[in-house]
Structure formats: C-alpha cells, structure tokens
Design a binder for this molecule. Structure first.
Ligand code: GLA
Length: 419
C-alpha cells in the first residue's frame, strides 16, 4: 500500500524533489461499500447444524448472487468480505494459509473467481498476531508468504485485525504489512485495526501515520446487534471527532464498524438513524445481514441512493456532530452535519425521545451559512420545502427517529420563483 512518491516540496527553504512515503494505491477514493460476514454470521463453523448460516463458500456465493440480483452492487456495494473463521486450524506443509477444507472445498482462488465473475470484489480477514481473534492462524512470522498467498488468490480487500500480538509493535507492523501487500503488485484495499488497539490500550495513535498507511481503519470497539451499541458508537465518534475527522479523506477513512441494519437489534427508525449517521461520517458501508431474509423496509434503507450519494460524496469530508446539549430543553436531540462537494449540506437531526415532539434549530445551531435553502428530505417523507434565511428549521417527530435533509443553497430569484 505504501509506495514512495515524489513531490515537489519546500525542504529547508529550497524547492527540491523530495521522496515521501505515502499511501498511494489509488483505492478507496470514496468509502468502501460492501458486505462483511461478522456481525450477522460471526464464527459459526457448524455447517451440519446450520447449513445456511455457517462461514462457508456457500454463504459467500449465495450472498454474492443476492448482492447482484437484489440491486446492492448496482447501488455501490461491491466488496464481499469473509471475516474470521475461514481458516483451517493449521497451515499447510508449505507453511501457507489453508482455508477450512470442509467449508471451502473449492479453495479461495476459485471463490474469488466466482465473486469476480459477478462483478464484485473479494475481501478476506486476517490478523497481524500469532492467531486471529477467534484463534485461527495469524500472519505474524509469515508476513511475506501470507501477503503473497492472499494476492495469489486475487483478494481485493484485507481486513487485518490485531489480536494476539504485542500492541507496542503495531506502529511498525501495520506499515510493514502494507508494504508487503504493495510489493505483490495487486491493488488491495488495506483495512487496519491498528488505531483501535492503541486506543483501547490508552496509547495515542498517530493518525497521520495511520492515514498514510491504511485505506480504512477501525476506530473503536466492535459494534453489536443493538440500538445501545449504535448509539454508543455514534457518541464515541462524536466525542473524538476533533481528533479523528481531519484524517478522513479520499483514500483513507475512519471506520466506526458495520451496519447493523436489517438484523433483529434495530427497529426501522433506528436503522434509518444508523444509515444517516454513517453517511455523515463518510464511513465505510459494510452491511452484515442475511440478504436472503432481509425485510423490504430495511433493504430500502440500505439501497437509498440519495443517502449513499451523501456517503460517497467526492469531497470526502467527514461530517461532525454539531449540536448535543445535555442540559438543554432539547437534550433529546443531536444534530449532525456534513459539507458536500456541491456547496450543499447533509443534516441529520436525531431524536432519542419516545413521544411526539415539535422543535426547531437555527442556521447557527446547524452551523450553516445564513441563506435560503431548498430542503430535500432524503427519506422522502416530506415534500421539498424552502428554509428562508431569516427563519428556523421546524420539524416534528413521533418517537426515536431521524430527519435527514440535503440543504441546497438557493439564489434569491430561484427562491422567489418557488414560493
Ligand atoms: C475482532 C474484530 C471484529 C471481528 C472479530 C473476528 O473482534 O473487531 O470485527 O473481525 O475480531 O474474530
């Protein structure tokens, strides 16, 4: 992932050609989108007891089929990634990684070929340590061979976890593995868990280095199948946004973890909140749900093109929580805002109450210039409306929910024509 690139820089007062080490694989110019097995299917390896739920080539193939036939690929979800528990417990006689022969009888190259034949990209999980978080062989001590093996299977995305290793080595280990991936010559998105392991061990990550060496990095603990976990993750991202958000941009993204949407833990409204906030955060969008049984209202959220467009906005600027006041009469609201490439703003107002409420926010509270806007409701509940420069944004909600608008600046004459 790390290729030396040459840039004209002012070094020591002289204009010279300097060699810098920078992430230069040209990948993930917008946040990666796809499907990841972990949240929904975990480490289920018992294909006899649960044939449709175990981590196996059958699961990957049927999910790949559904990603195409149900329109997920067309909407932008292109990576299908097998998380932990795909490996055999032992390496092969040649020292190479071996997939579990019972669950992946055709081998990983054949599975990658199948995924590619569908127009999708193929992702896989490994771990920098001696073993993965679930106890399968890790890459430590076999780094070069494993990078070469994964590339030989035509892997397009690697989620490299960091269990079972000395955290103090990570600042060297993650860049080094990225260099090995780069050396294979295959373009591979590099998703690191490096800063997460430093954060939980109270060691301050150097996010400049992380953003130079990784396309995507997990920020904090695993998201779980519950609303409490989604809210906890949102609040962690907001509490740390000043430190983290500046490092997001084309080619390098903060990853608050998978979309829980479509599983038992979230209601439809809660799922709408997660989709809106992950769009504001410019977060990777990894579904983790059984696409064969997902209910249509959740599927519609995942496939909402206007919201995906916010997530994929080419400016690549991570949005922020701009309003959250614990002691205010509006303490049950949060406001999140993201600047977009077309001078527009995406604004999500999240309501955590359980009863009908009406409220308002001013332009200043929304942190947007005081001008006229056309408001497009990205969940298509309201018809488009105009917010005048001297008015406040008013709205009402019936219980936990999100209002998610695109604020489109309006020149005065356009505004006059519309009213
Ligand atoms: C860690 C990661 C998860 C998942 C599991 C697999 O907990 O954070 O996303 O990959 O390992 O064991």
């Amino acid at each position: 992932m790390v290729a030396p690139s040459f840039q004209v820089l002012v070094c020591g007062g002289l204009l010279v050609l300097c060699s810098i080490e920078a992430l230069d694989n040209g990948l993930a110019l917008t946040p990666p989108m796809g499907w990841l097995s972990w949240l929904r299917f975990g480490c289920n390896i018992d294909c006899d007891a649960k044939p449709t739920e175990c981590i196996s080539e059958n699961l990957i193939k049927r999910t790949a089929d559904l990603m195409v036939s149900e329109g997920y690929l067309a909407a932008g979800y292109e990576y299908i990634t097998i998380d932990d528990c795909w490996l055999d417990k032992d390496r092969g006689p040649d020292g190479r990684l071996v997939p579990d022969p019972k669950r992946f009888p055709s081998g990983m190259k054949a599975l990658a070929d199948y995924v590619h034949s569908k127009g999708l990209k193929f992702g896989i999980y490994e771990d920098y340590g001696s073993s993965t978080c679930a106890g399968y062989p890790g890459v430590e001590g076999h780094e070069a061979l494993d990078a070469e093996t994964l590339a030989s299977w035509d892997v397009d995305y690697i989620k490299l976890d960091g269990c079972n290793t000395d955290v103090r080595n990570m600042n060297k280990a993650y860049p080094a593995f990225g260099q090995l991936l780069n050396a294979t010559g295959r373009p591979i998105v590099y998703a690191c868990s490096w800063p997460y392991f430093l954060e939980v061990n109270h060691m301050k990550p150097n996010y400049t280095a992380v953003a130079e060496h990784c396309n995507v990095w997990r920020t904090w603990v695993d998201i779980r199948n519950s609303w409490a976990s989604v809210v906890y993750t949102m609040n962690w991202m907001a509490s740390n946004q000043q430190r983290l958000a500046p490092f997001a941009g084309p080619g390098h993204w903060n990853d608050p973890d998978m979309l829980v949407i479509g599983n038992s833990g979230l209601t439809v409204n809660q799922a709408k909140v997660q989709m809106a906030i992950w769009a504001i955060l410019a977060a990777p969008l990894h579904m983790s749900v059984d696409l064969a049984t997902i209910q249509p209202e959740f599927k519609a959220i995942l496939l909402n093109r206007d919201i995906i467009a916010v997530n994929q906005d080419k400016l690549g600027k991570q949005g922020l929580r701009v309003w959250s006041e614990t002691f205010s009469w509006r303490h049950k609201f949060q406001v999140w805002q993201r600047e977009l490439s077309d001078n527009c703003y995406a604004i999500a107002i999240v309501y955590f109450g359980h009863h009908h409420t009406s409220s308002f926010f001013t332009h200043e509270e929304l942190r947007i210039p005081r001008q006229n806007y056309l408001l497009q409701d990205l969940y298509n509940i309201e018809t488009d409306r105009v917010l005048e420069a001297h008015k406040t944004l008013t709205f009402s909600m019936n219980g936990t929910d999100v209002k998610f608008y695109k604020f489109i600046p309006q020149a005065f004459d356009v505004f006059v024509k519309q009213i």
